[in-house]
Design a protein around this ligand. Structure first.
Ligand code: CMC
Length: 434
């Protein structure tokens, strides 16, 4: 962290002595005021529920400029990465800081592909679930259970263990997601085929069956790979912060990742892709394009409880660049699959058009986020709605594990322990009941 020449001085209206705090510069983005000594010096805490103004850590992985609508993975713009790299390049980049050269890429692809199988006992654990269980419930359990099967890489003080766990998680997530899907369908699990690409192998594990040959459709493979790239990391979002907080206690990486999966499930976060598609389907069932205007009035009415899913973001006050790429991918996939007239895509475009012109959305700077179009792409390639968030989790695993590793490697890391403003009763005596 680079110390700034500027200092922050906090003064009080009751005449108590002002206190001074150091300010640090990042390489880009807002400066931070280091308030770690605030409690020691004043006996006061800061109050910031929802972390509206709090940097909970220093990180060198992903940078978002919400006003510009920019995302950089390790300094590279997401638009360039989405076009020039595949998801394995992105995993390598996020974990190691640089885009791999051809030899490094080959070695990394081979390494990941050699960890795609899961312990055979995992299927018996999976079989304990109801077949109609939500995939995110199943995935939370399966990811947590990895700690029981891969205990030999859970020493978090050992960098080699941390590396092996990272590779295992990235490699095994597609297998687990596909197993959860196959189980819900009552179909046999498909073992990984390491001759395929990471994404091609996932498609095969999802959609092939043991009775017939399966050929990966390159358009679908590329589209899904792009979905993975766009979801790979997003700095200190709720699930990543959950992984960091959970991991800060020193727990093993599989347990910390399971916490991330659980957090991602919520509709304000990764669950928005499922909720967004359900919203569009409901709108279509209620009258489609003819009813968009009425629906948008409901969204603007605070008493209706209706939110426009796939819209708005804590950080972006401009178009989410991932949503732009997703919209483009959506058009390409629908055209390639002969679904240009997909009614949900038309509906989504109309909802977006109205929103971008409506003062409610304009004043609040609400734009489509990554989840607005991703569901339409996934639906077009045959992924069932309930599995959308599990696919997000698969892609975000690399971000979670890289951020967790960054935290554990940081000499300044401490267990995360927020404080509170207590508003409950002070000491009382337990009444004697007669
Ligand atoms: N529909 C209608 N109004 C909205 C929406 C929306 N989707 N999002 C924000 N607003 C309004 C909100 O009512 C508030 O209005 P007012 O100032 O009059 O009270 C204002 O905009 C600010 O909203 P906020 O809830 O204070 O903003 P936040 O930063 O706390 O929440 C958010 C961000 C993403 C949770 C929220 O925009 C939202 O619920 N969006 C829908 C769910 C969604 O798409 N989530 C995916 C996020 S991106 C992918 C990911 O992170 O997983």
């Amino acid at each position: 962290m680079k110390l700034s020449d500027k200092k922050a001085i906090l003064s009080f209206s009751d005449g108590s002595k002002p206190v001074e705090f150091p300010i640090y510069d990042g390489t880009v983005g807002p400066q931070v005021i280091d308030i770690r000594k605030l409690y020691g010096q004043t006996g006061m805490f800061t109050y910031d529920p929802g972390f509206l103004s709090t940097a909970a850590c220093a990180s060198a992985i992903t940078y978002i400029d919400g006003d510009k609508g920019e995302v950089l993975y390790r300094g590279y713009p997401i638009e360039q990465l989405a076009v020039n790299c595949d998801f394995m390049d992105i995993c390598y980049l996020i974990l190691n800081g640089d885009i791999p050269d051809l030899a490094q890429k080959k070695e990394f692809d081979t390494l990941v592909s050699h960890h795609t199988m899961v312990h055979e006992q995992m299927q018996f654990f999976l079989r304990g679930f109801r077949r109609d269980a939500h995939p995110m419930a199943v995935l939370t359990g399966l990811v947590g259970a990895l700690a029981a099967f891969y205990h030999d890489s859970t020493d978090i003080t050992n960098p080699h263990h941390r590396h092996v766990s990272a590779i295992r998680l990235i490699a095994k997530m597609p297998t687990l997601v596909a197993m959860a899907y196959k189980y819900s369908q009552g179909q046999p699990f498909m073992y990984p085929d390491n001759s395929l690409s990471y994404t091609g192998n996932f498609l095969r594990m999802m959609f092939a069956n043991p009775c017939e040959p399966y050929v990966v459709n390159p358009v679908v493979e590329r589209a899904l790979d792009r979905i993975f790239i766009l979801h790979a990391d997003h700095e200190q979002n709720a699930s990543t912060s959950t992984v960091r907080l959970c991991g800060s206690s020193g727990t093993n990486p599989f347990a910390a990742m399971a916490a991330g999966v659980a957090c991602l499930w919520g509709p304000a976060h990764g669950g928005a892709n499922e909720a967004c598609l359900q919203m569009l389907e409901q709108l279509q069932a209620d009258g489609g394009l003819a009813k968009v205007g009425h629906f948008m009035e409901q969204v603007k009415d605070k008493n209706s409880g209706v939110r426009l899913m796939g819209f708005g973001h804590r950080v972006y006050k401009n178009y989410d660049p991932r949503a732009k790429l997703m919209q483009q991918t959506c058009k390409e996939v629908l055209a390639a699959l002969g679904l240009e007239n997909d009614p949900l895509f038309k509906l989504a475009m109309e909802v977006e058009r109205i929103a971008l012109e409506d003062p409610y959305f304009v004043e609040r700077k609400l734009y489509p986020n990554v989840d607005f179009y991703s569901g339409i792409v996934q639906r077009a390639i045959g992924v069932p709605t309930a599995l959308f968030t599990a696919i997000f989790a698969l892609a975000r695993t690399v971000g979670w594990i890289a951020q967790w590793n960054e935290m554990i490697s940081d000499p300044e890391y401490k267990i995360g322990r927020p404080r509170q403003l207590f508003e409950g009763p002070t000491t009382r005596q337990v009444p004697v009941r007669k």
